[in-house]
Design a protein around this ligand. Structure first.
Ligand SMILES: N[C@@H](CCC(=O)N[C@@H](CS)C(=O)NCC(=O)O)C(=O)O
Length: 199
């Protein structure tokens, strides 16, 4: 059985919890107190971070790497595109999300007040830029829910929590976010701490 070491408020762990719930197989989630990290985390992940996934003698870290493994191990519903060209494009988007959005999420999680304001602004601008896509399509890659939607969802869920206010032009993105939030697997994956982030 897969065991996920997860932070109850960690946006990266949130991604992996979503995928585990989407797949509907057996797994165990072990909540990790990030203020008092158990020493086993550093043994499993040289960077000392969650999420960490353990399955028998396989130990994985990095949310996107964990999620691709779960997706290949349990192919239904498939979250990465089957076509190699589309799959390569999806990986490129995942990389772009890390550079353009989640690098700044990290600042909001750990940075100081001054750098936080700049990160809020960058996230706001980058999200506003992609918002028009959702006037034409339901999800990031088109009509099908995919790993890209999983990857961005924890940020969309935390917009109020991070005090990021989007302009009116971003309305299609907020509508898209509600579509993701209404998925049963998304709701099941939320921890009590995450539930409290949105009224
Ligand atoms: N790039 C990593 C980021 C993971 C990460 O930053 N995890 C944070 C919690 S949200 C963590 O474990 N921090 C503990 C620490 O740095 O000591 C991923 O995608 O998994």
């Amino acid at each position: 059985m897969m065991i996920l070491y997860s932070g109850t408020s960690c946006p990266f762990s949130h991604r992996c919890r979503i995928v585990l719930h989407e797949k509907g197989m057996d797994f165990e989630i072990r909540d990790v107190d990030l203020h008092e990290k158990p020493s086993e985390i550093a043994v499993m992940n040289p960077y000392g971070k969650v999420p960490v996934l353990v399955e028998r003698d396989l130990v994985l870290y990095e949310s996107n790497i964990i999620n691709e493994y779960i997706d290949e191990r349990f192919p239904h519903p498939q979250l990465m595109p089957a076509d190699p060209v589309m799959r390569a494009r999806a990986r490129l988007f995942l990389f772009n999300f890390e550079q353009d959005l989640f690098a700044h999420v990290n600042v909001l999680e750990h940075g100081n007040q001054k750098s936080a304001e700049k990160s809020r602004q960058i996230i706001r601008d980058n999200l506003t830029q992609i918002a028009p896509i959702f006037t034409k399509q339901k999800y990031m890659l088109g009509e099908e829910y995919s790993m890209l939607d999983v990857a961005i969802a924890p940020l969309l869920w935390r917009l109020d929590h991070y005090d990021i206010k989007l302009p009116k032009q971003a309305a299609p993105l907020l509508k898209y976010a509600e579509r993701i939030f209404s998925r049963p697997a998304f709701i099941e994956a939320l921890t009590p701490v995450e539930k409290a982030m949105r009224k």
